[in-house]
Design a binder for this molecule. Sequence first.
Ligand code: PBG
Length: 333
Amino acid sequence: MIPTQAPFPALRFRRLRATAALRALAQENVLGCGDLIWPLFVRDGRSIREPVASMPGVERLSIDNIVKVAEEAASLGIPAICLFPYTDPALKTEACEEAWNPENLANRAIRAIKAAVPELAVMTDIALDPYNANGHDGLVRDGVILNDETIEALVRMALAQAEAGADILGPSDMMDGRIGALRGALEAAGHKNVAILSYAAKYASAFYGPFRDAVGASGALKGDKKTYQMNPGNSDEALRLVARDLSEGADMVMVKPGMPYLDICRRVKDAFGAPTYAYQVSGEYAMIRGAADRGWVDGDKVMMESLLAFKRAGCDGILTYFAPQAARILRAQ
Ligand code: PBG
């Protein structure tokens, strides 16, 4: 309800916009370094920083370099990073066994980062796509993505990540029933404080294109992900998914992509009041960077405005490839 307001000229909205001091006092939403989760791509090898063509400024890093970047994240006041492995195609199989190998790339990276920067929260991705010969998030039989069989694989994957020291597990697979299965398995294994940030409302989006290049899944992916990711035309369904995942033991929930789905962020926050995050995905990053690199928009300003929009939409934090640039600007203010 908008309270009763005085008529003009008693009320002049421009009074509180007249100086920077008054604008600061009247500002409703703020972005801080503590709101940022920095997604990083890890690959095998040593001393490697390999640019991702469709994401200028983003690189695949070998473990030695990702540890340095993790130290940088902590020194910038970024509370968490999120790891995505670029897996050697030779390790991709139909059964995805590499996903729960305790010595796989992701798990080795988790251990190295936690050893060097224990205060930094490490989030992981739970989905089979980096390890799947056909690029899907779930096991596939006769062209069908299997739900229940996939959950068993995800549980193994999650336990291996928790063993390696992951602080936050991010199931991004969109199988039904996985949050309950993961939470039960974590409790049974004694991992009582491992948090689950559920990709609860994840849409079947074309904005993931550059990410699939970054993790090397574009070539492998057969078909699309529409039988498990959400229909972009739906909104009520997002609330039902969030309700389901919270009831199964998710600690935090995510809306993904971000900017095209700010309405969903707001509905989720209003309906549940749970810790709510948005993923400003690879295609959103690429659009802003692409336009900025051509001088069509002011890159820093558009970046900061895009991130503030998530706070205004009710998010508690944002996964964004802009995390280090944004943190540097916030620290200089
Ligand atoms: C897959 C996964 C995807 C992203 C995060 N985890 C892509 C997909 O669902 O195909 C996308 C992130 C981005 O685009 O930045 N498990």
